[in-house]
Design a protein around this ligand. Sequence first.
Ligand code: AVJ
Length: 332
Amino acid sequence: MTAPLTRRMHAHDESTSASSDVVSGLCAEVLQGLTRVPKTLPPKLFYDAAGAALFERISELPEYYLTRAELEVVRAHAGDIATLAGEQCALIEYGSGAGIKVGLLLDAFASRNHPVAAYVPIDISREQLAAVASRIAAEYPTLPVHPVCADYTAPLRLPDLPQRARRVAFFPGSTIGNFHPTEAAAFLRRVRRTVANDGVLVLGVDRRKDAATLDAAYDDAAGVTAEFNRNMLRRLNRELHADFDLGRFRHLAYFNDTASRVEMHLVSSEAQVVHVAGERVAFDEGESIWTESSYKYDRETLDALVTSAGFRITRLWTDPGERFWVAYLDAT
Ligand code: AVJ
């Protein structure tokens, strides 16, 4: 943690053994991804400090409706969430990002006189996590804040929480869409074990929609998403001593209707050899690195997903444009 920690904030750092940040532990994963067919890199690599800032810019783009749509739903229903969840909840946020949405929830709990027992923001972006944790601790002086810097796509240990506190997991942003459906179910089963029998999951999910809207959302006119995509290579250059020439990789994003996912790729504009952590990686002309999938759900696939993980949909809210869902899920 780089920011000063208050007494109420015990930094619980899952990556202390890999002290030079997440990438050092990922060297093997990166090389594995780049030597497989098709080549892949995990989307969690997007979120170094520059990538986190680029995502903030994406969330303000006219084409990228997801963040705005989700905020509309959370604004409209934070009160319902606080009423349903009740008193003495421990709020665990997977991917706290800039930490805007959780403020709406905390305000709703406060205005209902439902004190929150603890807030546990989990994020892979260390700088952003530290900033959010200090800001929330300052804004809510009686709230215990326990930031966890971790990659939650792998199992992780959480700090001890008050025994009696009901655990409310918050997984916003449709980041669930970045998991292959099989992995999404496995992840939600881990969340289900974390929140236990009286637990809750508040899940943000992007809805399946027409290809034109989705293509534009992931390939904006200003080219910010292209920058975000290519920033992953810049990061590998810096942190894994790679020599990617960013000018020789083109951003490609499109809705794959059959698989119901947006795919993002970095396409090599020519045959070339790149070095990564001392290894040679050869590209054919037109060969791509698949950097992200964003699965889009309909009611049927969402039902199947949450049911298989031991949750049931208690409430399902959408924005007036019906683009995005926030689901209130109870453990079954
Ligand atoms: C933050 C993971 C939900 O998949 O829509 C934005 C990331 N990728 N533009 C998404 C992203 C390209 C975003 N998530």
